[in-house]
Structure formats: structure tokens, C-alpha cells
Design a protein around this ligand. Structure first.
Ligand SMILES: CC(C)(COP(=O)(O)OP(=O)(O)OC[C@H]1O[C@@H](n2cnc3c(N)ncnc32)[C@H](O)[C@@H]1OP(=O)(O)O)[C@@H](O)C(=O)NCCC(=O)NCCS
Length: 182
């Protein structure tokens, strides 16, 4: 599946041979987590079959990247109301206590390219892939452990992600889900 991006930019699936271009998140801590993951861990995750990384890059920099892996969402006994909301969209006879999902393990945009729609494009890519007729296996939800940061949470909420729990209100990251069928 291809992605429509600006002229001069490329959409790449990270391989062992690919030379990763500089990436700057613009935040010291996030750079430590996200830039470090890209440079030092993304290939290892691919090699161990634990995460596949997709990049948007131009000739000089990595513009945006995401890493995806399989996941599932499961009912939490304490937060049945959230599970009921999730279940309501599922055909009655097919309701379960867990559902297949894909996790966006990392998603980050280079500070020089924020607010230009790149992160949205990568989430769109994951969603379109899951909705395509060539689906390889069943997968209904996208999940993310989002940084508990107002702007980051706002980005995901605006996209349509919902909180999976209220227990992580003050945690470093918050679990969110997105139903690809709307
Ligand atoms: C959160 C993050 C991934 C968003 O990336 P981004 O590429 O800036 O996101 P987008 O450009 O797709 O969308 C951001 C906003 O810009 C807006 N936008 C998109 N295209 C735009 C354009 N051409 N002009 C102006 N605004 C635009 C979007 O509407 C969106 O607004 P919203 O949040 O109100 O919906 C990015 O800020 C980031 O990497 N932050 C640091 C790392 C991080 O915390 N990652 C999250 C880990 S969970």
C-alpha cells in the first residue's frame, strides 16, 4: 500500500540496509525515547519480528516514523462501561472478552515538520492497511500508549482514539484505542 506524500519525500519500510536520516523530536526526554528507539532499536525489533517501522523521509531528514506490532484489547472487569461502549459497535453474536488489535508502539514527527499532517498520514496508513480487501488476518482496533501530555493526547483524541481506562489518568502514558470500523 502506498501513501500520498509531498514531492521529494519517500515512504519507506525500514530494512537492515536502510540508512536512517537524522531525527529530532524537539524534546530532550522524547528524543531520548523516540529518536533513540529509531536509531538503536527499530531494526532489532524488525529482526526479532517484534515491530515493523515505517518512515517518511526527505533527502536530509527523517520526517516522521511509526512502529507497529500486534496487540489485543481485553475486557477489564473494573471498567465494564468502557468495554460496553466498545462492544456496542460489534455484531451481537461476535462479541468477545478480547479483540485483535494492532499497536502503534511509537509515532513521532521531526520538530521541523510538525502540524503538517504527517503523523495523521501514518495513522491513516495503518488504518487503510487494516481496512484493505487484502487483509491477512482479523484485526479490528488500533491501540497506542500515548504520552500523558496535553498536546499528544489531543492529537489522538482528535483523530478519534478513545481512552481505554481511567486508572492511568496520572500515569506517564495512557492507553487508547481506535475502532477501525468507526
Ligand atoms: C504528537 C505528534 C506525533 C503529532 O505529529 P504531527 O505530525 O505534528 O501531527 P499532524 O500534523 O498529523 O497533526 C497535528 C495537528 O496539526 C494539524 N494539521 C495537520 N495538517 C496541518 C496543516 N497543513 N496546517 C496546520 N495544521 C495542520 C492537525 O489538524 C492536527 O491538529 P489536531 O491535533 O488539532 O487534530 C508529534 O507532535 C510528535 O511527534 N510529538 C513528539 C513525540 C510524541 O510525543 N509522540 C507521541 C508518542 S505517543
Amino acid at each position: 500500500m502506498q501513501l500520498s506524500i509531498f514531492r521529494g519525500m519517500r515512504f519507506v519500510r525500514l530494512t537492515d540496509e536502510h540508512l536512517i536520516k537524522p531525527f529530532n523530536c524537539g524534546d530532550e526526554q522524547k528524543d531520548l525515547d523516540l529518536a533513540d528507539f529509531l536509531v538503536n532499536n527499530a531494526r532489532l525489533y524488525a529482526k526479532e519480528r517484534m515491530g515493523v517501522t515505517y518512515l517518511i523521509e526527505d533527502d536530509n531528514e527523517t520526517v516522521c516514523y511509526c512502529t507497529v506490532l500486534n496487540d489485543k484489547i481485553s475486557m477489564s472487569v473494573d471498567e465494564k462501561h468502557i468495554w460496553n461502549r466498545i462492544n456496542r459497535k460489534i455484531n451481537n453474536g461476535k462479541r468477545r472478552k478480547s479483540y485483535p488489535a494492532i499497536k502503534i508502539g511509537c509515532l513521532a514527527t521531526n520538530i521541523h515538520y510538525t502540524k503538517m499532517g504527517f503523523a495523521t498520514k501514518l495513522v491513516d496508513f495503518v488504518r487503510q492497511y487494516l481496512l484493505s480487501d487484502r487483509q491477512f488476518s482479523g484485526c479490528r482496533f488500533i491501540t497506542i500508549d500515548a504520552y500523558n501530555d496535553k498536546n499528544v493526547l489531543q492529537f489522538y483524541e482528535n483523530y478519534g482514539f478513545r481512552f481505554f481506562s481511567e486508572k492511568d489518568l496520572t500515569a506517564n502514558t495512557r492507553s487508547m484505542y481506535f475502532d477501525i470500523c468507526g
